[in-house]
Structure formats: structure tokens, C-alpha cells
Ligand binder design. Structure first.
Ligand code: UDP
Ligand code: GLC
Ligand code: MN
Length: 409
């Protein structure tokens, strides 16, 4: 048995898992099962019913959740809520499945992904398939994983957590899984999945010409960072100056959401009270912890209010507290029309091209020359947003103009 699987430990990620499930099953017609690890204690009856309407296998791991130190992940990533992501380790314990494709709740497929099961059927349970992380490509991003559950691997992972002095270099699952599958074995147990299967458009470093070159090939986008599309509708309205590509991929997420959860139902889902940022963490405990030990995982419980130094580039951005949307964004209705997502996909490509014209000189041969050729027409006034390349040429242009004037004297 094989399945796509995701993780939902609290309702803050509910819009994410519902949209992900609908995209896989209805938009891209997967023939595989959809499974989800949930903490059923954290779900209202309505939320549980919604999940049941989308997912085939609902696996309650409420009493099995694995936490790392909240304090450590807060210090290292500025994301205390990610302590619970150690629970991804439970994926290896699901031996009722032969192969699993794990997807974070904040991922959005842009194509059918079923072929990945065939392509990786010979994977070993000691191996994992994952895309390089945009922030450090020698490390894989743990938001998309292909894996083979196995009791041996699960036991080894738990042992790694219990016995290693620093089981995870980032304090959460990505640091843990990389230590285990990648660094411990000098990379030999990490099989590389192309980046197009886990594109992180809101990482602050973007290789724009490559984004442009491969925009049409993107199979999945992953909204990493503390601001998820469903709590960032400010990106779609008003004067918020988002990167063009980020704005467009957020629109893609919203159009998928509204396509499958139109009107009132969508508004209801967005209004679900998630824990999110406001969560006050107490001490977390793992199943194997000794009851008497209150210093488990190094967590002292509770987060300080002191600002945490950013670790990743995307942490440098202004932190925005999630806002809940009480009315569906205005384009919701039109976005639910058939073919809207493909249209948006094209728009994404187009806007990336525009962005490219503004920020690079070489990738669109001739286009900058056409656009900024000051001799070609009266209309071509100097544009302050022109490329650095063009600006770099200005002094020599001014100089030759000056020489010309001098020679006329
Ligand atoms: N997650 C969850 N509850 C939480 C935090 C995380 O269920 O409180 C799950 C969810 O599936 C999420 C994944 O863990 O997508 C990893 O967290 P996130 O995607 O926010 O990490 P990022 O990709 O931003 O680093
Ligand atoms: C990464 C991954 C995410 C993971 C987090 C913490 O950004 O996208 O899935 O939970 O790191 O390790
Ligand atoms: Mn994620």
C-alpha cells in the first residue's frame, strides 16, 4: 500500500492540509490514497469532518507526538511551533504502507505527482528522497519526502534522538533528518529529488533567471516561513509590496482554496481558531520520557519575549502576525472558474519574465536593448528602475555626449 501523507498537529494548518488534499485528489486526480497524521484532540468536530471529506486514511497520533526542545528551535529558527515537527519521525513507524510521499501542509502541487511512486519503488528504508534546500543546497528540505516505513529505521531514528548530543542542527525535523539520512552517511542515504518538486518561492534568495527558465516545469511550491498564504491575505490587497513571484504563487494557493472551498465554507475554514503565533508553549513531553524528569528536551516551557536573532535569510523579513480572513478575498468567485489555476500559472510565468527584465540583463537576449535603447525613439526616457547594467553604462554615455559637445565647440 502506498499513499501521500501530511501532518496536522493543530488547526493553524487546517486550510493548508485541506487545500493540499484537494489539489492532489481532485485537481490532479491522484489514484493514490491520501493519508494524514493528526492530533485529534486539537480538532473541532467540524474540522475533523472536513478532513474526513478529503483524506482517506486518518491516523491519530495525538498520544505519540514527538517534540524537540521548544527553546532550542525558537533560538535556532525563531519558529517555536516547529518543535512538534519531530513527529515526522512517526512516518517511519507506519509499516502498513510500503512507500509514502510526505508533503508539508504548506505545499501546493501544481501537477500530478503519482509518477514519483513508480520512479522510487526500489528505494531502501535506510534512504530518503528529497529536494535540496534553497538556503543550503547540501541539505535537503524536509517538506517533501519519499520514504519507506520500517521498524528498524524508526527505532534507529528514535535512538538517534535519544542518544546524540545534538540530534538536530536546526532543532527541528529538517536538521534531524539531515543529520540522520544525509550527514551521518556522507550523503549516501539522501537521494536527490529535483528542486522543481519543492520550490520555495519565498526564500529571500531567488535565482530569477532559473525561476523564469523553469517556471513552467514547477511541480510543487512550498510556502516555507512563518507566514503562510492562508494567514497572509494582506499580500493580495492594498499596498503591500510583495515580490512579484511571491504575490503570484500566493494567488495560486488562494485560487485553489476558493475553487474547492467557495463562499461560506471557505470563510469558515479561515476563521478556525488555530494556535499559531499566539500559542504559549508549556513543557512538551515525548512518549519515552521518564515521568519524573521535568527537564525533558531542555525545554524550560514558555517563550521569552526577547527578539530572537534571525538564522535564515527569510527570518530577516519583518515578522507579521497571522491575520484571519473573515471575508473571502474579492477575486474569490472568479478564481473558482475552471482553468483559472492554469491561467494563474501562465500569469506567474509572465510576471516572472517582467521581473526578470527589471533585474537582470543577460537572460532575455536583446530585450533590455530593445527596452532601453535610448536612440530608438523619443519615448524611451531613462527609467530609474532600469537594470544595474544599464545604469553602469550611463557614465560612459554621458562622457561621450560631453565629448561630442566639446568637439562641436
Ligand atoms: N506542523 C503542524 N503543526 C504545527 C507546526 C507544523 O502540523 O504547529 C506541520 C505542518 O504539516 C507543517 C509542517 O509541520 O507544514 C512543517 O512546518 P512548516 O511548514 O511551518 O515549516 P516550514 O516549511 O515553514 O519551515
Ligand atoms: C524546513 C522545512 C520544514 C521543517 C523546518 C524545520 O524549512 O520546510 O518542513 O519543518 O525546516 O526543520
Ligand atoms: Mn513547510
Amino acid at each position: 500500500m502506498t499513499a501521500f501523507i501530511t501532518l496536522l498537529t493543530n488547526e493553524s494548518y487546517l486550510p493548508g492540509v485541506l487545500t493540499l488534499g484537494k489539489a492532489l485528489k481532485h485537481k490532479y486526480q491522484s489514484t493514490y490514497k491520501l493519508a494524514i497524521l493528526v492530533n485529534s484532540d486539537s480538532l473541532s468536530k467540524e474540522s475533523a469532518e472536513l478532513i474526513e471529506s478529503v483524506y482517506d486514511d486518518i491516523i491519530d497520533v495525538g498520544d505519540k507526538l514527538i517534540y524537540s526542545s521548544v527553546e532550542e528551535v525558537d533560538t535556532k529558527l525563531g519558529r517555536p511551533e516547529l518543535a512538534v515537527t519531530y513527529s515526522k519521525v512517526l512516518l517511519w513507524s507506519l509499516t502498513q504502507y510500503d512507500t509514502l510521499i510526505y508533503l508539508d501542509a504548506d505545499t501546493l502541487p501544481l501537477a500530478n505527482l503519482d509518477h514519483l511512486f513508480d520512479e522510487h519503488k526500489d528505494l531502501l528504508s535506510t534512504q530518503v528522497v528529497a529536494s535540496p534546500d534553497a538556503g543550503w543546497p547540501d541539505i535537503f528540505n524536509s517538506g517533501v519526502l519519499i520514504l519507506k516505513p520500517s521498524t528498524d529505521t524508526f527505532t534507529s531514528l528514535v535512538k538517534h534522538i535519544e542518544t546524540e548530543e545534538t540530534p538536530s542542527f536546526d532543532g527541528a525535523d529538517q536538521g534531524l533528518l539531515n543529520e540522520f539520512f544525509n550527514l551521518k552517511t556522507k550523503g549516501s542515504n539522501w537521494k536527490r529529488l529535483p528542486f522543481v518538486y519543492n520550490v520555495t518561492p519565498n526564500a529571500s534568495y531567488q535565482y530569477t533567471p532559473a525561476f523564469d527558465r523553469f517556471a513552467g516545469d514547477i511541480k510543487l511550491v512550498h510556502f516555507i516561513g512563518s507566514v503562510k498564504p492562508w494567514n497572509a491575505d494582506f499580500l493580495l490587497h492594498g499596498n503591500y509590496q510583495a515580490q512579484a513571484s511571491l504575490y503570484d504563487v500566493h494567488k495560486l494557493w488562494w485560487s485553489t482554496f476558493h475553487e474547492h472551498f467557495p463562499g461560506e465554507i471557505g470563510a469558515k475554514i479561515l476563521n478556525v481558531k488555530g494556535e499559531g503565533y499566539s500559542l504559549k508553549f508549556g513543557k512538551n513531553k515525548n512518549v519515552w520520557d521518564d515521568d519524573a524528569d521535568t527537564s525533558v528536551g531542555g525545554s524550560t516551557g514558555g517563550i521569552t519575549d526577547e527578539p530572537i536573532a534571525p538564522v535564515f535569510p527569510w527570518e530577516e523579513r519583518e515578522k507579521r502576525h497571522p491575520t484571519r480572513t473573515f471575508t473571502p478575498p474579492p477575486y474569490g468567485e472568479e478564481a473558482s472558474e475552471e482553468g483559472e489555476q492554469d491561467k494563474l500559472h501562465d500569469e506567474l510565468k509572465k510576471s516572472i519574465e517582467t521581473l526578470n527584465l527589471k533585474t537582470s540583463s543577460g537572460s532575455k537576449a536583446g530585450s533590455l536593448k530593445d527596452k532601453y535603447n535610448i536612440d530608438s525613439s523619443e519615448d524611451n526616457k531613462w527609467d530609474p528602475t532600469a537594470s544595474l547594467n544599464e545604469i553602469a553604462q550611463l557614465p560612459s554615455k554621458l562622457l561621450s555626449k560631453k565629448r561630442e559637445e566639446e568637439s562641436k565647440k
